[in-house]
Design a protein around this ligand. Structure first.
Ligand SMILES: [Fe+2]
Ligand SMILES: [Fe+2]
Length: 279
Protein backbone atom coordinates (compact mmCIF):
# COMPACT_ATOMS: atom_id res chain seq x y z
CA UNK A 1 0.00 0.00 0.00
CA UNK A 2 1.36 3.45 -0.86
CA UNK A 3 1.46 6.12 1.83
CA UNK A 4 -1.04 8.97 1.40
CA UNK A 5 0.61 12.29 0.38
CA UNK A 6 2.15 14.16 3.28
CA UNK A 7 2.00 11.18 5.67
CA UNK A 8 5.75 11.22 6.27
CA UNK A 9 5.71 14.97 6.93
CA UNK A 10 2.78 14.56 9.29
CA UNK A 11 4.53 11.73 11.16
CA UNK A 12 7.49 14.04 11.76
CA UNK A 13 5.20 16.72 13.25
CA UNK A 14 3.95 14.00 15.61
CA UNK A 15 7.50 13.02 16.52
CA UNK A 16 8.19 16.66 17.47
CA UNK A 17 4.99 16.68 19.54
CA UNK A 18 6.08 13.52 21.35
CA UNK A 19 9.72 14.56 21.90
CA UNK A 20 10.21 15.25 25.60
CA UNK A 21 12.94 17.89 25.47
CA UNK A 22 12.45 21.36 23.97
CA UNK A 23 15.79 21.17 22.09
CA UNK A 24 14.69 17.97 20.32
CA UNK A 25 11.36 19.52 19.42
CA UNK A 26 13.12 22.64 18.14
CA UNK A 27 15.47 20.62 15.93
CA UNK A 28 12.62 18.75 14.20
CA UNK A 29 10.54 21.94 13.88
CA UNK A 30 13.46 23.79 12.25
CA UNK A 31 13.75 21.05 9.61
CA UNK A 32 10.02 21.04 8.88
CA UNK A 33 9.93 24.85 8.67
CA UNK A 34 12.82 24.95 6.21
CA UNK A 35 11.15 22.32 4.02
CA UNK A 36 7.91 24.31 3.74
CA UNK A 37 9.52 27.76 3.47
CA UNK A 38 9.39 28.21 -0.31
CA UNK A 39 6.24 26.28 -0.97
CA UNK A 40 3.49 28.26 -2.62
CA UNK A 41 0.91 25.61 -3.20
CA UNK A 42 -2.24 27.79 -3.14
CA UNK A 43 -5.06 25.94 -1.45
CA UNK A 44 -3.59 22.46 -1.92
CA UNK A 45 -3.32 20.65 1.42
CA UNK A 46 -0.19 18.93 2.72
CA UNK A 47 -2.45 16.18 3.95
CA UNK A 48 -6.13 15.48 3.42
CA UNK A 49 -9.12 15.95 5.71
CA UNK A 50 -9.19 12.15 6.04
CA UNK A 51 -5.80 12.36 7.73
CA UNK A 52 -7.24 14.40 10.62
CA UNK A 53 -7.31 12.79 14.05
CA UNK A 54 -9.32 13.00 17.27
CA UNK A 55 -6.81 10.81 19.08
CA UNK A 56 -5.92 11.90 22.63
CA UNK A 57 -2.19 12.51 22.23
CA UNK A 58 -0.09 12.85 25.35
CA UNK A 59 2.50 15.46 24.30
CA UNK A 60 6.12 14.93 25.26
CA UNK A 61 7.40 16.88 28.22
CA UNK A 62 10.39 16.42 30.54
CA UNK A 63 9.64 13.92 33.32
CA UNK A 64 11.32 16.27 35.81
CA UNK A 65 8.48 18.79 35.47
CA UNK A 66 5.95 17.95 38.15
CA UNK A 67 2.34 18.72 37.16
CA UNK A 68 0.05 19.77 40.00
CA UNK A 69 -3.35 21.36 40.51
CA UNK A 70 -3.28 25.07 39.50
CA UNK A 71 -3.98 25.99 43.16
CA UNK A 72 -0.76 24.25 44.22
CA UNK A 73 1.54 26.20 41.90
CA UNK A 74 3.61 28.34 44.25
CA UNK A 75 3.79 32.10 43.84
CA UNK A 76 6.49 34.29 45.28
CA UNK A 77 6.99 38.03 45.20
CA UNK A 78 9.17 39.50 42.46
CA UNK A 79 11.38 41.28 44.99
CA UNK A 80 13.78 38.34 45.36
CA UNK A 81 15.87 36.58 42.72
CA UNK A 82 14.19 33.31 43.59
CA UNK A 83 10.77 34.92 43.30
CA UNK A 84 11.60 36.13 39.79
CA UNK A 85 12.96 32.71 38.81
CA UNK A 86 9.73 31.12 40.02
CA UNK A 87 7.69 33.69 38.08
CA UNK A 88 9.72 33.08 34.90
CA UNK A 89 9.28 29.34 35.43
CA UNK A 90 5.52 29.71 35.09
CA UNK A 91 5.96 31.60 31.79
CA UNK A 92 8.57 29.12 30.57
CA UNK A 93 6.06 26.34 31.18
CA UNK A 94 3.44 28.23 29.15
CA UNK A 95 5.94 28.48 26.28
CA UNK A 96 6.66 24.76 26.48
CA UNK A 97 2.94 24.07 26.26
CA UNK A 98 2.67 26.57 23.42
CA UNK A 99 5.21 24.55 21.39
CA UNK A 100 3.02 21.49 21.87
CA UNK A 101 -0.19 23.36 21.08
CA UNK A 102 1.18 24.69 17.78
CA UNK A 103 2.47 21.24 16.83
CA UNK A 104 -0.81 19.60 17.78
CA UNK A 105 -2.97 21.87 15.61
CA UNK A 106 -0.56 21.38 12.67
CA UNK A 107 -0.57 17.59 13.08
CA UNK A 108 -4.22 17.03 13.98
CA UNK A 109 -6.17 18.91 11.33
CA UNK A 110 -5.70 17.83 7.71
CA UNK A 111 -7.51 19.16 4.67
CA UNK A 112 -6.34 22.73 5.21
CA UNK A 113 -4.12 24.58 2.71
CA UNK A 114 -0.41 23.85 3.20
CA UNK A 115 -0.09 27.43 4.49
CA UNK A 116 -1.98 26.34 7.59
CA UNK A 117 0.69 23.82 8.59
CA UNK A 118 3.42 26.27 7.61
CA UNK A 119 1.89 29.02 9.80
CA UNK A 120 1.65 26.77 12.87
CA UNK A 121 5.09 25.28 12.41
CA UNK A 122 6.39 28.86 12.30
CA UNK A 123 4.53 29.56 15.55
CA UNK A 124 6.02 26.37 17.05
CA UNK A 125 9.50 27.60 16.08
CA UNK A 126 8.82 30.97 17.79
CA UNK A 127 7.54 29.23 20.94
CA UNK A 128 10.64 27.00 21.07
CA UNK A 129 12.80 30.12 20.85
CA UNK A 130 10.76 31.83 23.60
CA UNK A 131 11.24 28.73 25.74
CA UNK A 132 15.01 28.74 25.21
CA UNK A 133 15.38 32.47 25.92
CA UNK A 134 13.35 32.22 29.13
CA UNK A 135 15.16 29.10 30.28
CA UNK A 136 18.49 30.86 29.75
CA UNK A 137 17.29 33.86 31.72
CA UNK A 138 16.05 31.55 34.47
CA UNK A 139 19.47 29.88 34.60
CA UNK A 140 21.08 33.29 35.10
CA UNK A 141 18.76 33.63 38.12
CA UNK A 142 19.83 30.23 39.43
CA UNK A 143 16.95 27.97 38.33
CA UNK A 144 15.93 25.87 35.32
CA UNK A 145 12.83 24.28 33.84
CA UNK A 146 11.54 21.60 36.22
CA UNK A 147 12.68 23.28 39.44
CA UNK A 148 9.12 24.28 40.35
CA UNK A 149 5.78 22.51 39.93
CA UNK A 150 3.55 23.57 37.04
CA UNK A 151 -0.05 22.98 35.97
CA UNK A 152 -1.67 21.49 32.91
CA UNK A 153 -4.52 23.93 32.25
CA UNK A 154 -3.47 24.76 28.69
CA UNK A 155 -3.41 21.14 27.58
CA UNK A 156 -6.79 20.63 29.12
CA UNK A 157 -8.46 22.96 26.63
CA UNK A 158 -6.49 21.34 23.80
CA UNK A 159 -7.97 17.99 24.83
CA UNK A 160 -11.51 19.39 24.98
CA UNK A 161 -11.25 20.85 21.48
CA UNK A 162 -9.42 18.02 19.73
CA UNK A 163 -12.51 17.03 17.73
CA UNK A 164 -13.10 20.42 16.10
CA UNK A 165 -10.72 22.84 14.41
CA UNK A 166 -13.07 25.82 14.84
CA UNK A 167 -13.34 25.26 18.61
CA UNK A 168 -9.58 24.81 18.85
CA UNK A 169 -8.89 28.04 16.96
CA UNK A 170 -11.43 29.99 19.00
CA UNK A 171 -10.26 28.75 22.42
CA UNK A 172 -6.50 28.49 22.04
CA UNK A 173 -5.19 31.41 19.95
CA UNK A 174 -8.26 33.67 20.24
CA UNK A 175 -8.76 33.17 24.02
CA UNK A 176 -5.67 31.75 25.72
CA UNK A 177 -2.96 33.36 23.60
CA UNK A 178 -4.90 36.60 23.32
CA UNK A 179 -5.04 36.64 27.12
CA UNK A 180 -1.24 36.78 27.04
CA UNK A 181 -1.52 40.12 25.20
CA UNK A 182 -3.67 41.45 28.07
CA UNK A 183 -1.52 40.35 31.00
CA UNK A 184 2.05 40.65 29.70
CA UNK A 185 2.31 44.49 29.77
CA UNK A 186 1.53 44.40 33.52
CA UNK A 187 4.20 41.73 34.05
CA UNK A 188 6.73 43.88 32.18
CA UNK A 189 5.90 46.86 34.40
CA UNK A 190 6.28 44.77 37.57
CA UNK A 191 9.66 43.43 36.44
CA UNK A 192 10.86 46.94 35.60
CA UNK A 193 9.63 48.19 38.96
CA UNK A 194 11.93 45.72 40.76
CA UNK A 195 14.86 46.59 38.46
CA UNK A 196 14.88 43.39 36.35
CA UNK A 197 15.24 45.06 32.96
CA UNK A 198 16.64 41.94 31.31
CA UNK A 199 13.59 39.81 32.06
CA UNK A 200 11.35 42.74 31.10
CA UNK A 201 13.04 43.08 27.70
CA UNK A 202 12.59 39.40 27.06
CA UNK A 203 8.88 39.66 27.75
CA UNK A 204 8.67 42.69 25.45
CA UNK A 205 10.08 40.63 22.60
CA UNK A 206 7.72 37.76 23.37
CA UNK A 207 4.73 40.12 23.53
CA UNK A 208 5.48 41.49 20.05
CA UNK A 209 5.68 37.98 18.59
CA UNK A 210 2.60 36.74 20.42
CA UNK A 211 0.55 39.39 18.64
CA UNK A 212 1.45 37.70 15.37
CA UNK A 213 0.39 34.30 16.75
CA UNK A 214 -3.00 35.69 17.71
CA UNK A 215 -3.26 37.24 14.24
CA UNK A 216 -2.57 33.85 12.63
CA UNK A 217 -5.18 32.24 14.88
CA UNK A 218 -7.87 34.84 14.09
CA UNK A 219 -7.13 34.66 10.39
CA UNK A 220 -7.69 30.88 10.25
CA UNK A 221 -10.63 31.14 12.63
CA UNK A 222 -12.34 33.59 10.27
CA UNK A 223 -11.60 31.40 7.29
CA UNK A 224 -13.15 28.29 8.91
CA UNK A 225 -16.17 30.37 9.97
CA UNK A 226 -16.59 31.51 6.35
CA UNK A 227 -16.39 27.92 5.10
CA UNK A 228 -19.10 26.87 7.56
CA UNK A 229 -21.21 30.00 6.87
CA UNK A 230 -20.95 31.07 10.54
CA UNK A 231 -20.76 34.57 11.96
CA UNK A 232 -17.30 34.87 13.58
CA UNK A 233 -18.37 37.01 16.53
CA UNK A 234 -21.58 35.16 17.49
CA UNK A 235 -19.83 31.83 17.07
CA UNK A 236 -16.92 32.94 19.23
CA UNK A 237 -19.19 33.89 22.12
CA UNK A 238 -21.16 30.62 21.78
CA UNK A 239 -17.92 28.65 21.96
CA UNK A 240 -16.59 30.79 24.80
CA UNK A 241 -19.64 30.13 26.96
CA UNK A 242 -19.41 26.43 26.16
CA UNK A 243 -15.71 25.88 26.89
CA UNK A 244 -14.27 28.69 28.98
CA UNK A 245 -17.15 30.72 30.42
CA UNK A 246 -15.09 32.27 33.24
CA UNK A 247 -11.87 32.69 31.43
CA UNK A 248 -11.75 36.14 29.93
CA UNK A 249 -10.99 38.91 32.37
CA UNK A 250 -10.28 42.56 31.87
CA UNK A 251 -8.58 44.81 31.31
CA UNK A 252 -8.16 43.96 27.62
CA UNK A 253 -5.12 45.06 25.63
CA UNK A 254 -7.30 46.77 23.03
CA UNK A 255 -4.46 48.13 20.93
CA UNK A 256 -2.72 44.81 20.35
CA UNK A 257 -5.95 42.85 20.11
CA UNK A 258 -7.07 45.27 17.37
CA UNK A 259 -3.73 44.90 15.59
CA UNK A 260 -4.10 41.10 15.76
CA UNK A 261 -7.49 41.24 14.01
CA UNK A 262 -10.24 41.48 16.62
CA UNK A 263 -12.71 44.01 15.21
CA UNK A 264 -14.42 46.79 17.17
CA UNK A 265 -17.77 44.97 17.71
CA UNK A 266 -16.04 41.84 18.87
CA UNK A 267 -13.89 43.77 21.37
CA UNK A 268 -16.85 45.78 22.58
CA UNK A 269 -18.81 42.61 23.32
CA UNK A 270 -15.75 41.05 24.97
CA UNK A 271 -15.44 44.18 27.10
CA UNK A 272 -19.09 43.79 28.20
CA UNK A 273 -18.52 40.10 29.09
CA UNK A 274 -15.47 40.93 31.20
CA UNK A 275 -17.19 43.91 32.83
CA UNK A 276 -20.18 41.69 33.72
CA UNK A 277 -17.80 39.21 35.32
CA UNK A 278 -15.74 41.67 37.29
CA UNK A 279 -18.47 44.23 37.98
FE1 LIG B 1 5.45 32.29 23.08
FE1 LIG C 1 2.32 32.13 21.01
Amino acid sequence: MTEPPGAGFRARILSALRATEAEDKAAIIAELVSETADEDSGDAPLFTAGQSSEEDIEPGRPARVELVDPRDVGRRGLGSTEGRACFLHAITHIEFNAINLALDIAWRFGGMPARFQRDWLGVAADEARHFTLLNERMRALGASYGDYPAHDGLWDIARKTRHDLLSRLAMVPCVMEARGLDVTPGMIRRLRAVGDGESAELLELILREEESHVAIGINWYRRVCAERALDPRDTFFDLLSRYLPNRVQGPLNLEQRRAAGFDADWLEQLGRVTAARTG
